[in-house]
Design a protein around this ligand. Structure first.
Ligand code: NUP
Length: 259
């Protein structure tokens, strides 16, 4: 089912990014109407933006509203545009449940999924990473979310058990993203200073995906300079008068440093 299951997700999205000359991941968060109307709307947005994006990220509400059969067909159509797909479910449960959900998304044809590192490894996310990587699916871990209250969890100071050193929670998560061989880390575009710090920790091994550009107040140029690899953009494209043009402009700006 998948776009090109011969290669790991990290390589597939990089190839699409290079060939389409863009670092924009389209976020589709639509759920109004009947399943066929929603999937029709989704594919119309993909059709308008496909030359300017390198992946499509679906909100859980979109897939729930469309239902499994129609979602399989929708993902097939997105793959026909040469684009990998991500389900944004932020998994955060015990291993058995996480793995069952991961298998289900894999069965629908998703190329990658998001997880919440608060669940931890043993008895938590290990099963998801193992299953996903065996099936060349990508796992993208939250490191610092984009919304204001993200500071309550991701920004809190924690004391490390071994060294008694105090460090921000997100730095622990950035280190885990490297240790766990995550295929990406989410750091909000609303906090360029955090992107820079996360980049120092993760280097080139774990690409940074930044949501929050536009509608949430994040600035693409500042995030790009700070180290963002991919921009997750939804409403600033999907609700624009011309989604195609909006995506094209973001795409152009997203590769300015590559020139
Ligand atoms: O920290 C996060 N912030 C965020 O907005 C992690 C996310 N996964 N997202 C998602 O990114 C959010 O659910 C939405 O799908 C997308 C941003 O959309 P928009 O603000 O560009 O419309």
């Amino acid at each position: 089912l998948r776009q090109n299951s011969q290669k790991p997700f990290k390589e597939r999205i990089l190839e699409t990014s290079r060939s389409n000359n863009t670092r924009v991941v389209l976020a589709l968060d639509i759920h109004d109407g009947r399943p066929l109307d929603i999937s029709g709307h989704a594919i119309d947005l993909v059709k308008q933006t496909c030359d300017s994006i390198c992946a499509v990220k679906f909100g859980r509400q979109t897939i729930l509203s469309i239902g499994p059969d129609e979602s399989i067909e929708l993902l097939r159509q997105v793959h026909d545009y040469g684009l990998p797909t991500i389900i944004d479910d932020k998994l955060n449960d015990i291993d058995e449940t996480n793995e069952a959900i991961t298998r289900t998304y894999s069965g629908l044809g998703f190329d990658a999924l998001t997880v919440n590192p608060f669940a931890g490894w043993e008895g938590g996310l290990e099963s998801t990473f193992t299953f996903a990587h065996e099936h060349l699916m990508g796992v993208i871990a939250l490191v610092y979310m984009s919304h204001p209250a993200a500071s309550e969890g991701y920004g809190q100071q924690v004391i490390r058990k071994e060294s008694k050193e105090r460090i921000p929670q997100f730095e622990v998560f950035a280190k885990k993203a490297v240790e766990w061989h995550a295929d990406g880390a989410v750091v909000g575009a609303t906090r360029p200073d955090i992107i820079q710090r996360a980049k120092e920790i993760m280097g080139k091994t774990v690409p940074i995906f930044s949501p929050g550009v536009g509608t949430q107040g994040g600035d693409l140029g500042r995030s790009l300079k700070a180290g963002t690899d991919y921009f997750i953009i939804g409403r600033s494209i999907t609700k624009a008068q011309s989604p195609g043009k909006a995506a094209q402009e973001f795409a152009r700006a997203s590769v300015l440093l590559d020139a």
